[in-house]
Design a protein. Structure first.
Length: 161
């Protein structure tokens, strides 16, 4: 009878120890976030899901880029609708790339990342901002200056060094 009691206590301490170890490991995960890549890319390495970043500024609309007009920059493949757009980007990529690496601007303002819909975009002070979808863009636009300030503060801490 005593042997069974000791086994029960042993099981209790093993379960307790494993539970405490799992809680400790989970708390470590909560304290450290995985760094974010500098450019949001699709699984095939495309920035902005293959849309032309220059067209947002020059044409005021989202335009799919073409595979024959590709340029590699910051670990991503950027596509352009025309050779002229590609040349403009090559001369000054910072002018045309979306803020926060092309992640959802609203999500970055909340200290997170989210993918984007290339059709959910805004130009503010000559800078391109993308959002998860048009509903999120509507939320973001309600107080975009505040969200931009928050995202500008969050982004440097979020990207992979």
């Amino acid at each position: 009878m005593r042997v069974i009691g000791n086994l029960t206590w042993l099981k209790y301490f093993l379960v307790l120890g494993l539970t405490l170890a799992m809680i400790f490991l989970a708390s470590l995960g909560a304290c450290t976030k995985a760094p974010v890549l500098p450019v949001n890319t699709s699984p095939d390495g495309l920035a902005i899901k293959g849309y032309d970043p220059v067209a947002y500024v020059t044409e005021g609309r989202a335009v799919p880029g073409l595979a024959e007009h590709e340029y590699q920059w910051q670990g991503a493949v950027w596509r352009f609708a025309t050779t002229e757009h590609k040349a403009m980007f090559e001369r000054n990529p910072e002018r045309y790339t979306p803020r926060y690496g092309g992640y959802c601007a609203y999500a970055v303002s909340q200290g997170k990342t989210a993918d984007i819909d290339p059709e959910a975009w805004s130009i503010v002070d000559e800078k391109l901002y993308l959002n998860l979808n048009k509903d999120v863009r509507g939320l973001w636009e309600k107080d975009r200056n505040a969200y931009i300030r928050l995202a500008d503060k969050n982004w440097p801490r979020m990207i992979e060094k």
